[in-house]
Design a protein around this ligand. Structure first.
Ligand code: HEC
Ligand code: HEC
Length: 233
């Protein structure tokens, strides 16, 4: 190649890349208001963002990839665990993560501030960023559950029972909560399918049910925990 040809390749390559970059930048800025849902930036959302900064949540957590890599990314946390799930985890991290080796501190955040944080997470979660970051597959167990299976040798269903807060209300083998019935022999009266249905939508099996629907389980988790309980006879 002659020096002259190299010069033209350099010049054309650089200028065309620069032009493309500028056009994409312009196009991105043109769409920012729509993609980021700027019109939905209410006072509560802004207060939530301030609260997120005040409590240094992002020392441990990321949002849109920015922050600490100790704890889960919160970009789509509302879609992942639901509004009640987020409230519960911020209010009682010592209970929500009791079975986990990673800990989140109890910061005694006032209820009003938790609502602001929730509004902020909901707003962030709806930003159109091409389904990024990817969420855990509905077909998998969480990392904490896999660890319980591997380290404590319990079955996947028992790990789900432990990690999803069932024991806050139900006892097994004498330990656990007493708001709901002990489930040691639940497999005698209910089939695996009925148990799965009960967990997902208690009122569909028992119209007077006090148990809240457990929406925080993946399909795989639901299947495993129903199988586990169905075998308790
Ligand atoms: C010292 C580190 C630390 C700080 C600070 C912290 N967290 Fe966490 N948080 C964690 C860890 C660790 C987990 C995950 C525990 C597990 O699942 O094992 C977590 C989990 C969560 C979850 C549930 C995520 C999910 O996918 O289930 C939410 C919601 C959350 N934190 C919100 C907050 C908010 C809001 C703040 C600030 C007020 C905050 N965290 C501050 C460490 C932290
Ligand atoms: C907030 C408390 C609460 C939580 C959390 C909870 N339950 Fe329940 N559950 C109850 C109560 C109360 C009942 C008794 C019937 C009713 O009022 O719904 C019940 C009933 C059941 C039954 C039917 C028992 C029977 O003999 O009819 C099953 C099965 C069950 N729960 C499984 C689970 C599983 C699995 C989880 C965790 C994923 C869970 N529950 C979480 C409160 C709870």
């Amino acid at each position: 190649m002659t020096k002259k040809a190299a010069f033209w390749i350099f010049l054309f390559g650089t200028l065309s890349s620069a032009a493309l970059f500028l056009v994409l930048t312009w196009d991105m800025h043109r769409q920012v208001d729509v993609l980021s849902r700027a019109d939905k930036l209410s006072d509560t959302v802004i207060a939530g963002k301030k609260s997120f900064e005040k409590h240094n949540c992002n020392d441990c957590h990321t949002i849109l990839g920015f922050g600490g890599y100790y704890a889960p990314d919160l970009t789509r946390v509302v879609q992942r665990v639901g509004e009640d799930g987020v409230r519960y985890r911020i209010k009682h991290p010592e209970l929500a993560f009791a079975a986990s080796v990673r800990k989140m501190p109890q910061q005694h955040i006032p209820a009003a501030e938790i609502e602001n944080l929730l509004a902020f997470f909901s707003w962030v979660g709806e930003i159109d960023n091409g389904d990024w970051p990817p969420q855990d597959s509905k077909k998998r167990l969480t990392r904490g559950e896999k660890r319980l299976v591997a380290m404590a040798g319990v079955s996947p269903g028992a790990a789900v029972f432990k990690s999803k807060g069932c024991m806050n209300c139900h006892a097994l083998g004498g330990s656990g909560g007493s708001f709901g019935p002990a489930l040691d022999t639940v497999g005698r009266t209910l089939s695996t399918e009925q148990i799965g249905q009960y967990i997902k939508e208690p009122k569909s099996v028992n119209p007077q049910a006090l148990m809240p629907p457990q929406t925080d389980l993946t399909d795989r988790e639901l299947e495993e925990v129903a199988k586990f309980l169905g075998n308790l006879k």
